[in-house]
Design a protein around this ligand. Structure first.
Ligand code: HEC
Length: 472
């Protein structure tokens, strides 16, 4: 009872603070509008207003995170834990996808713009090019300046929060899916036995190391030699794929590879692109000449980001496709698909510039076909005897039910994963295709083989399914 009261009071306080903060944002908005309308506020005043505005938004985010962490602590170990985590997972995953679409959408759009600019016909001297477009309800006309316009406009739109929020939501998701449940999802003792803390530190540390390596690589003379930079980059990234596959469970290895690439992309925005844009704006405002290196460097970094988009998207989605991460040499599959998808992006970029390449697309498609071929199941052995459902049911009951039941007994999995239960014979028959996929072909179930399923048992299940997989 005392614990209930305590939780109740904490929630009350946190929600009160949150409501007050939200109210303050409205209050400040009216203040800012007034000072804009009257145009009486000095610039210093406006800046101060803006500064406190940002401060309040940061405080709101902090309070929300506190509420979430507190909720996690309250439900931890109770029957509600699985349910609460599932909803956190849904909400943050959807946010992550939406921010990601906004970010990558903008990235695609600007690279397209750069590639499609009219640079020759009727272009004013100060311009690099322009573009006419039609979209939604009307016609659009865009101009790109060679350097900066003579006076920097008051309202300049920056593209950065899409990237930051994608990373923050993705990082939260990494905690919700993999780190809170490190024993169940991050660590596979058959791959490498380590404590949750060591595994999480390895994961987060690897992102920092990857960024430092990449950033150093960008500062070497190699950066001027596109092809060599690409080759070294591919080798280093493949090294990471290999490393992850030797320390984490198969799915976690893939997601860490994606998160590592995503972190490099966001760090590019945060540490290079936005600071150099700020320097450009500052120089232009002060009427100083622009350092052309700044624009070049950040242009290159956004081009790198552009090439990383497709590999990242594939890795994020790959968690639903066990034939990729479940392969014996999963890191080679990961490297191959990353190279092929970056190749497709390269082809698209060339095409937008009106340059047609003969070999980029066919080679990329060939690599993808080869991975599909390599990951195909090997020809299984012959099934000599006829397998009865009773035999199969006994295996499922002893190896799967601890997690896949309406009331799981597993210490980590507290709700049936993806809603899959094998409590009734009908359910087992209905889901036999998926069982084939996860238990026989990719051997990604039982999860981390926690229930010690044997190869003979997998063979038995395969034969039962190949013989029709009925209740007989
Ligand atoms: C230790 C817990 C655990 C055990 C034991 C376990 N699973 Fe799973 N299973 C999971 C989790 C967690 C997921 C969801 C994550 C994933 O798809 O990898 C899952 C997902 C699945 C899926 C995919 C469902 C979908 O809709 O995509 C299938 C099929 C499956 N398990 C079958 C089995 C079978 C068959 C067994 C027994 C041979 C088994 N599992 C044993 C935890 C377990």
């Amino acid at each position: 009872m005392a614990a209930y009261m305590f939780n109740f009071v904490i929630y009350g306080i946190l929600i009160f603070i949150l409501v007050m903060l939200v109210w303050m944002t409205y209050h400040f908005r009216t203040l800012t509008n007034d000072s804009n309308a009257a145009d009486s506020g000095t610039d210093a005043n406006k800046n101060r207003l803006l500064g406190s505005h940002n401060f309040i938004y940061a405080a709101i985010v902090l309070v929300i995170i506190t509420i979430l962490v507190f909720t996690y602590l309250v439900v931890k170990g109770t029957p509600m834990e699985g349910h609460v985590m599932e909803w956190l997972n849904i909400v943050i995953r959807v946010m992550h996808i939406i921010f990601g679409i906004a970010w990558i959408g903008a990235s695609f759009y600007f690279v397209f713009l750069e590639n499609a600019l009219n640079r020759s016909e009727n272009v004013r001297d100060e311009l690099a090019g322009n573009l006419w477009a039609i979209h939604g309800g009307g016609f659009y006309y865009l101009e790109k300046y060679k350097t900066a316009p003579k006076s920097i406009p008051k309202h300049l739109h920056w593209f950065k929060y899409e990237a930051y929020f994608t990373w923050i939501s993705g990082f939260s998701l990494l905690f919700i899916v993999y780190y809170f449940n490190a024993k169940g999802f991050l660590i596979d003792t058959n791959v490498f036995d380590m404590s949750p803390l060591a595994a999480i530190t390895t994961g987060i540390g690897s992102f920092v190391v990857a960024w430092l390596l990449y950033d150093i690589l960008c500062k070497t003379p190699l950066i001027k030699k596109g092809i060599w930079f690409t080759i070294v980059g591919v080798i280093v990234l493949t090294g990471f794929a290999w490393f992850y596959s030797y320390v984490f469970s198969a799915r976690a290895a893939y997601i860490h590879f994606g998160a590592m690439l995503g972190s490099i992309m966001v760090a590019n925005v945060f540490f290079v692109i936005i600071p150099s844009q700020k320097a450009m704006v500052k120089a232009a405002r002060e009427g100083k000449p622009l350092n052309p290196e700044l624009g070049k460097d950040s242009g290159l970094r956004s081009l790198h980001n552009n090439y990383l988009t497709l590999p990242v998207i594939f890795t994020m989605v790959s968690n639903h496709f066990p034939s990729t991460f479940g392969h014996q040499y999963q890191w080679i599959i990961l490297a191959a698909i990353s190279i092929a998808s970056a190749g497709i992006k390269h082809w698209l970029n060339l095409r937008e510039q009106g340059r047609y390449s003969v070999w980029v697309m066919p080679v990329s498609v060939l690599i993808l076909l080869a991975t599909a071929y390599v990951t195909a199941p090997s020809k299984p052995g012959e099934c000599k005897t006829s397998i009865s459902f009773t035999q199969v049911n006994a295996i499922v009951q002893s190896r799967c039910i601890s997690c896949h039941s309406s009331k799981p007994t597993d210490d980590v999995t507290t709700t049936p994963p993806n809603g899959v239960t094998y409590d009734t014979p009908e359910n087992i028959v209905k889901l036999k295709d998926k069982i084939m996929q996860r238990v026989v072909l990719t051997k990604t179930m039982p999860q981390n083989n926690k229930t010690n399923m044997t190869l003979e048992e997998r063979e038995l299940i395969r034969c039962w399914i190949e013989q029709g997989g009925s209740l007989k």
